[in-house]
Design a protein around this ligand. Sequence first.
Ligand SMILES: Nc1ncnc2c1ncn2[C@@H]1O[C@H](COP(=O)(O)OP(=O)(O)OP(=O)(O)O)[C@@H](O)[C@H]1O
Length: 589
Amino acid sequence: MPQRLPIMLFALVMAVIPFIPGMPPFWIVLLDNIGLSALVAMGLVLLTGVGGLTSFGQAAFCGFGAYTTAVLTTAYGLSPWLALPLSLIVSGLAAVVLGLITVRLSGHYLPLGTIAWGIGLFYLFSKLEFLGRNDGISGVPPLSIGSLKMIDPGTIYFAIWIAVLVSALLTMNLLDSRTGRAIRALRRGHIAAEAFGVQTPRAKLLVFIYAAVLAGLSGWLYAHFERAVNPTPFGAQAGIEYLFVAVVGGAGYVWGGVLGAAIVVILKEILQSYLPYVFHGEGQLETIVFGILLVTLLQIAPTGVWPWLMARIPLKPNRRRPDTSLTLPARPRAAETPGVLLQIDHARKQFGGVVAVNDVSFDVQTREIVALIGPNGAGKSTTFNLVTGVLTSSGGRISVLGKNINNAPPQEVVKLGVARTFQHVKLVPDMSVLENVAIGAHLRGHAGAVASMLRLDRADEAKLLAEAARQIERVGLSEQINQLAGSLSLGQQRIVEIARALCVDPMLLLLDEPAAGLRHMEKQQLAALLRQLRDGGMSVLLVEHDMGFVMDLADRIVVLDFGTKIAEGTPAAIKTNPDVIKAYLGAVA
Ligand SMILES: Nc1ncnc2c1ncn2[C@@H]1O[C@H](COP(=O)(O)OP(=O)(O)OP(=O)(O)O)[C@@H](O)[C@H]1O
């Protein structure tokens, strides 16, 4: 089934609803409210469900959109259509200011920060004279096209739902792109994304602004739908409700936002209409029953109703294999002549009183496989993190082809052709193997967010996906290309990480325990692949505990113990080195 067919059918159904004979006007009003709520929820899907940034403050951005158009159209007589871009710009600018402060917060501080400015902005709206204080602004003109004034709910319905559908399409396009993959990688933490060149603060700010602009659009429509604005719908409680809408529908899914809006708006309406009859008008019981019903719903469908429904509809996703004849330009290569590629000179890292890496020096030559071995806690992963810029060093110098990369951020290190895998696999489990691997080619693509939303990125995207498919084939996982990364065995996920690193077109590959979890045959295949990469001109630095694998594969071995280098040499020399046998090999033999 073509990908866009369900959307076209949905658009068709929405277009005919107002023309159904006998359709109660009240239902149209409900649908208008669902559309307005869906726009905000869609932004939250991107921000919270996809990007992992929980915000309770989205209602405030609706307020920016609504108040901007209300002021401009009532006080200055501007046309609502001219006020639209200004409403979106004001919401976006507010997001830039608040986002610059908020997205730097992590853990619980981020949602707490959004609650704080959600409450703050509500009071600001209700205290400013030119915004009409608590009474707000009335007399907002309706939207109109020529002589058609969108006064009744059945007319503005079309404006609202066109906005919903266009926003859904743009959001889906964005998610299905280079920028979208970068945003989706944010949820797994910033380290993996940054290792492949993603500027994570910029990506976070982008989703923050995008979500705010969608909320601003909802606010603009709301102001011309209600023809008045006041602070109440833009407070912290509304912000919490929008988050509820996104979570109930399925916070990771664009259509989850729309479905969540439908569920919450309809449920609230039913409860408000019928519960007073059941309980003879006693108290405000609908709020309690509403809460109980939503929690029950989340017990049944913990990731939201949309994915719950999709798992029960036998629709096969239309996944095509990329055309692997398309190629990306190769990165500029290191000199093919032998020489030092990576130089680690008295590298040092202290964590408080713990010296994790103690003045360690060694190098990796071009076309060489070097293994870094040692007991648990010897400082191997810390050394990797110093090279790749994840940690700042406490001393020494690290250089790649003579260029000092001491304390360079990961995004700069990868530009020099240094790619890595992680000891604890860092893939996005609900993204396909292909999409995960394509993150590795992030720096080799150019399309930005706007081009992606407008589908102007297709040529660039096809090349990135082709490169990812080639690397997946190279590591022997073609069969799994369209499977979700999280559904693979841990050993296979490690191999996916190698394919992702190969997408960088690296000169130096840093592999942290690549053979852990692999079966014997798979280890042999991995060793063959690494030899082939070396013979093709790549260098490999690997951390590994499987001594059979290391001794067979490595050209040279560096041994660490308690952060200090205790030996360096060929596998044959290391095997018989008494210090190494005492510190490590005696224990693993
Ligand atoms: N972020 C951190 N904060 C404090 N101490 C740390 C941190 N990271 C590592 N360490 C300490 O530094 C030392 C070296 O750890 P590291 O993870 O580099 O060892 P390793 O050789 O990779 O061990 P393993 O083989 O178990 O992965 C350990 O004592 C560890 O507890």
